[in-house]
Design a protein around this ligand. Structure first.
Ligand SMILES: Cc1cc2nc3c(=O)[nH]c(=O)nc-3n(C[C@H](O)[C@H](O)[C@H](O)COP(=O)(O)OP(=O)(O)OC[C@H]3O[C@@H](n4cnc5c(N)ncnc54)[C@H](O)[C@@H]3O)c2cc1C
Length: 400
């Protein structure tokens, strides 16, 4: 006999765990299928923007997360070739530094959130890899999955949530993948011990078609993340020596790391970008990276995964209540939540691709505190992004 749930969530990362937790809290019968066994590693720079904390509070998971071994991050210093700009999380009313970001290793965070989903009543099955969706009468009606022992299962649900990351099986099996109109990049990350200079501020160092971020992540560790164009005509060879060499090519990173040593293997993912034609349809929706991902420079991936989970929950809740085939209002809610920030990220990426222009902007931000504060709030995901797209703001940033 086939099992049947209200919602099957494929993937137990931040997007899936948050969606499952909030639907289960509303009393729905939720199953999470996760191919890994948690805690598991996920290539990530492990920086959680200040806005992430607001969503975790609303989700009810902040207490569990605060108990983890983490770093509070007061801001980021962003380096051009000659200057830098300190993105410090000040309160917009008082100017005081009352906000902060967090640095947490992903195995710890993701495991805590998935445990929270269980605590909320979701059923979580690990070591189960979903291979395909089942479509019946024109709507997604469940999934096919295989356990670690190789036995195939068919599980039914009113809705399937694809929260299975940039290489989403759900978006691929529904034919939703589109060509990302974005540079093809690779991301490599590792943790270091003994970087005494990186404590409560992260750093972002930029170069030609490459950047390198440093973030304290608790337990005396610093995450080092390198992102570069995949087209770089280099034989990368073995990953570890290649990463060490590329990281050492940044004089600022060398100085910040000092005698620190790498204490984890280098983990990577590429290409980074994922784009889909639709995030919602009969019997399904996509959330988190499965719904699209560009580049980690502006550090909103986890925020988007959690905020997307809130929007997914509201829309699935309405659909289950009204017995609708399609989650209600999801695409529009995502547009209203994310479209302006995506435009800001596109602008940042445009500047990043033009080193002289990037240096010009960094110089202006370093000299104009009020303008810098506006951008910091937006990049920190705690202020509406539309305000930095207004011609008046852009002029105050770009004027000579
Ligand atoms: C190099 C790099 C650095 C980054 N740095 C940052 C950063 O500092 N800050 C930030 O906010 N964001 C960062 N991001 C982005 C961030 O990692 C993602 O946006 C975030 O992990 C998205 O969460 P998710 O739950 O959608 O996907 P994921 O975290 O990828 O979780 C997906 C889950 O689905 C599971 N899964 C996949 N396929 C299947 C299947 N077929 N069956 C069952 N389970 C499956 C996976 O095992 C995984 O657990 C970075 C990304 C990269 C690549």
């Amino acid at each position: 006999m086939r099992e049947r749930f209200d919602v099957i969530v494929v993937g137990g990362g931040p997007a899936g765990a948050a969606t499952a937790a909030s639907l289960a809290r509303l009393g729905h019968y939720v199953l999470v299928l996760e191919k890994a066994k948690f805690p598991r590693e996920k290539p990530c720079a492990e920086y959680f923007s200040p806005g992430t904390m607001d969503v975790l509070e609303r989700l009810g998971a902040m207490e569990k997360v605060s108990a983890l071994n983490l770093s509070l991050v007061r801001g980021m210093r962003i380096f051009g070739r000659h200057n830098s700009f300190l993105q410090s999380y000040a309160d917009s009313q008082t100017g005081l530094c009352s906000r902060h970001a967090m640095g947490i290793s992903r195995p710890l965070f993701d495991n805590a959130l998935l445990t929270y989903a269980r605590d909320c009543g979701a059923e979580v099955r690990e070591h189960i890899r979903v291979s395909d969706v089942i479509v019946e009468d024109g709507r997604v009606a469940g999934v096919r999955a295989r356990s670690g022992y190789g036995d195939e299962q068919t599980i039914s649900a009113s809705f399937v949530v694809g929260a299975d990351g940039v290489h989403s099986v759900i978006s691929r099996s529904l034919g939703l993948n589109a060509d990302p109109d974005w540079p093809r990049r690779i991301g490599l990350v590792a943790r270091y011990e003994g970087a005494a200079a990186i404590t409560d501020y992260g750093e972002m160092h930029t170069g030609r078609k490459v950047y390198c971020g440093l973030a304290p992540v608790g337990n005396g560790l610093v995450n080092v993340g390198l992102v570069e164009d995949l087209e770089r005509p280099t034989d990368r060879g073995p990953m570890e020596p290649y990463f060490d060499k590329r990281v050492a090519e940044f004089p600022g990173v060398r100085a910040a790391l000092g005698p620190a040593r790498r204490v984890t293997p280098v983990r990577g993912i590429g290409p980074l970008a994922h784009k889909v034609r639709n995030v919602v349809g009969p019997g399904y929706l996509l959330v988190g990276d499965a719904a699209g991902f560009r580049d980690p420079f502006t550090g909103e991936g986890i925020y988007r995964a959690l905020r997307g989970a809130e929007l997914a929950t509201a829309s699935l809740e309405a659909a289950l209540r009204e017995e609708s085939n399609v989650p209600i209002g999801y695409a529009a809610a995502r547009r209203s939540a994310f479209a302006d920030k995506e435009r800001v990220c596109s602008l940042v990426q445009f500047f990043l691709g033009k080193p002289k222009l990037f240096d010009y902007v960094i110089d202006r931000l370093a000299a104009r505190a009020q303008v810098a504060r506006g951008l910091t709030e937006v990049l920190g995901d705690y202020s509406p992004a539309g305000k930095v797209l207004r011609p008046r703001y852009l002029w105050s940033l770009l004027k000579p």
